[in-house]
Write a protein that binds this ligand. Structure first.
Ligand code: NAD
Length: 313
């Protein structure tokens, strides 16, 4: 595999500029490519503004901000940018045909040692790479918005992705200050399997005129949104109590008949065994000693700090 110095990002719409910035912040030379000059111009402006904000917020010194910005070049020269890359990631629209064609063309244009990554939010990398002669170098790296700041990137290997490709991607993302999380090649992976359940629920509330867009956003941002940075959904279930969660599921399913609220077998089994979460010392995690207490302190501290910082609650 090639040593990585030059990275090409295909597509500079919403995600491409921030992914480019993420790599440039780690010292890589990045070329962003799109199919229209007006899109490149908007991308250039967004990258400059994001660099400026990181300087204003004290995350980068002024000189660092300028250096980061100078490492990103934007171009319409698709073939030149692909042929000259040591690593490629695409951020083109979420359409299977478009992604397959991009992977087929990249496969033709670059040498065998170049890894080609997809930023797909939901689609199978096995299918995306099915048009390639060398599918062992295809992988998905799902960055989340805003990509230059969000630390987590999901890494999805297809049926033919080689171990060398996976290892290279984990190393590269760690160098870029991210923490890569391996996920199975399954629709929506972890992030969007969960996030899109919320999207659907929010749209149901709107469609049934149960709440306004602003009230829905306010409840999520100021409710579970605040604690999600310290407690994920599984630990939340443990802290809330599996018996309580089960009762809520039972009632909501009875009233709505919506399958998303059908009581979960895995919760029923645990409740049956007496594993009710932190309050009994065991749920999906084990709570020995003062772990539950430490988690309470961490959750509170996170919320206190976010509230102090944002002052808009
Ligand atoms: N928008 C998000 O919040 C988000 C978050 C995570 C992942 N993603 C994923 O990232 C990918 C890109 O999403 P987006 O929101 O940036 O889309 P977008 O539509 O904003 O941008 C896609 C860009 O790709 C360009 N493009 C189309 N064909 C191209 C080609 N052959 N070569 C180069 N550029 C081409 C388009 O002109 C456009 O500017 C999708 O797979 C999406 O699911 C999006």
């Amino acid at each position: 595999m090639n040593e990585i110095q030059k990275i090409t990002v295909l597509g500079t719409g919403v995600m491409g500029p921030d992914i480019s910035l993420g790599f440039a912040m780690a010292g890589y030379e990045v070329t962003g490519v799109d199919i229209e000059q007006a899109i490149l111009d908007r991308a250039a402006q967004k990258i400059t503004l994001n660099c400026k904000q990181m300087v204003e917020e004290g995350m980068l010194r002024e000189e660092e901000g300028l250096n980061v910005r100078s490492r990103i070049t934007l171009t319409l020269d698709w073939e030149g940018a692909v042929a000259g890359a040591d690593y490629i990631t695409e951020a083109v629209p979420e359409e299977m045909g478009t992604k397959k064609e991009v992977f087929r063309r990249c496969d033709e244009l670059c040498s065998e040692g170049v890894v080609i990554a997809s930023n797909t939010s939901s689609m199978s990398i096995t299918e995306i790479s099915s048009t390639m002669k060398y599918p062992q170098r295809a992988v998905s790296t799902h960055w989340t918005i805003p990509a230059h700041l969000s630390p987590m990137v999901e890494v999805i290997c297809g049926e033919k992705t080689s171990e060398a490709t996976a290892a290279l991607v984990f190393t590269l993302l760690k160098k870029a200050g991210k923490f890569p999380v391996p996920c199975k090649d399954s629709p929506g992976f972890i992030h969007n399997y969960i996030q899109f359940a919320m999207v659907k629920a929010a749209m149901d509330l709107l469609e049934h005129e149960i709440a306004s867009p602003d009230d829905i956003d306010t409840v999520v941002k100021n409710g579970f949104g605040l604690r999600l940075s310290s407690v994920g959904p599984i630990k939340f279930i443990d802290l809330c109590g599996l018996d309580t969660i089960l009762n809520i599921q039972k009632y909501m399913y009875k009233m709505t008949k919506n399958p998303i609220y059908r009581p979960s077998e895995i919760i029923e089994k645990n409740v049956h065994r007496g594993n009710l979460g932190a309050k009994t010392g065991r749920g999906f995690y084990e709570y020995t000693g003062d772990e539950a207490e430490k988690l309470r302190i961490l959750t509170n501290r996170t919320i206190i700090r976010i509230k102090q910082e944002l002052k808009e609650f």
